[in-house]
Design a protein around this ligand. Structure first.
Ligand code: NAP
Ligand code: G4F
Length: 322
């Protein structure tokens, strides 16, 4: 019998890679999409003849219940969220509705229809915020620094709580930053690699950025969705940190990306206070030992390969006028 999975956030970066992985594993994949006036399928265009899309929204519990009743999945991956940290200061209430109560709605919908469905919740290293420990593990206390981070802490603990209250197989993956050519344009990696490609092709001359000193543990999204799937294949539900264990500053990212294209970053990059945040997360570096031991998970793509992949993809895309 084919396994069935529901993915919320299938139109996003991670949703598209996870859908590919589950199709390779022989799953029937259903993606939840929220209605918009124009389709937003550029990341899943190549999958549309192999997946089913159903309308639903994290704000609307009935839509979630209906989809779960109709699909009766074995696994439910809750990837949908308002995921851009700066936007969470502009819309803190909506961020909480999506990223906190949205998770409760998913858990409650699953519990009411069939509590044996396995649930993956997309937790975030942003929860560590002003870090209490270096590197960060599953036991490091949280100290979020943005409404986004706060909302994800709620989503994390409500998932733990449903597991402990109702004996559900509900797990949280605490994923550190992961990137790809499918990353949204406003995130710093993609903004940099897109900017490099534009400058390389003579379409732009400068790139304006915010804090160049922040440090992030950047991995490849394709590696990270494998960890999500592995978490739901275990005998016991548990939470895992997923990270490379290597950190770089934004400036190192910039140097690497410009260098890959044969450009001198200092001639093109300027800083603009408009991109600074009210409160910053200065340093993230994860210890994924538990995932390595229990799941057998390891990242395959390192920082240099990731940056090269993204720069090359952006040069190719922009060369074709897309
Ligand atoms: P993304 O590219 O921004 O995708 C977010 C997805 O959520 C999109 O498909 C979006 O749909 C959907 N969505 C947003 N609000 C929704 C709502 N109310 N109802 C239904 N769908 C909604 O994010 P990502 O990078 O793939 O990240 C996936 C998840 O992992 C998110 O929960 C994020 O917070 C978390 N996470 C990401 C990282 C990372 O580094 N990428 C690290 C840790 C945790 P539209 O296409 O309609 O906007
Ligand atoms: O790429 P970012 O916007 O990612 P951030 O804030 O770390 O959040 C991402 O990773 C989280 C996991 O830790 C996810 F939960 C979340 O959903 C998202 O995927 O910014 C990275 C760093 C920040 O320190 C920021 O201040 O880059 C710095 N930065 C410097 N200049 C910039 C810019 N960030 C953006 N977006 N744009 C800039 O111009």
């Amino acid at each position: 019998m084919k396994k069935r999975a529901i993915i919320t956030g299938i139109t996003g970066q991670d949703g598209s890679y996870l859908a590919e992985l589950l199709l390779e594993q022989g799953y029937d994949v259903t993606g939840v999409i929220r209605r918009s006036s124009a389709p937003n399928f550029w990341r899943i265009q190549h999958l549309l003849d192999r997946i089913t899309l159903r309308p639903g929204d994290l704000l609307d519990q009935l839509s979630l219940t209906k989809i779960i009743q109709e699909v009766r999945p074995h696994e439910f991956y809750n990837l949908a969220a308002m995921s851009f940290v700066p936007a969470s200061w502009d819309q803190p209430m909506l961020t909480g509705e999506f990223n906190s109560q949205g998770v409760t709605r998913v858990l409650e919908a699953v519990r009411q229809v069939d509590p044996s469905i396995r649930i993956y919740q997309a937790s975030s290293s942003e929860m560590y915020g002003r870090v209490r420990e270096v590197p960060q593990t599953e036991l490091t206390p949280f100290y979020p620094r943005s409404p986004y981070g706060v909302s994800k802490v709620f989503g994390h603990y409500i998932t733990v709580n449903y597991r402990e209250s109702y004996n559900m197989f509900a797990v949280s993956g605490i994923l550190f930053n992961h990137e790809s050519p499918r990353r949204g344009l406003e995130f710093v990696t993609k903004k940099v690699t897109d900017g490099v490609a534009r400058i390389k092709l003579g379409l732009a001359d400068t790139l304006a950025l915010g804090n160049l000193d922040a440090k992030r543990d950047w991995g490849f999204a394709g590696d990270y969705v494998r960890a999500m799937w592995l978490m739901l294949q275990q005998d016991q539900p548990d939470d895992y940190v997923i990270a490379t264990g290597v950190t770089h500053t934004v400036q190192q990212l910039v140097q690497e990306a410009f260098g890959h294209a044969g450009l001198d970053w200092q001639k093109h990059v300027k800083t603009d206070p408009a991109f600074l945040r009210p409160a910053e997360v200065d340093l993230l570096i994860g210890d994924a030992s538990k995932a390595r031991t229990a799941l057998g998970w390891e990242p395959k793509v390192d920082f240099r390969q990731l940056v090269a992949m993204m720069v090359d993809a952006d040069v190719a895309r922009l060369s074709q006028g897309r």
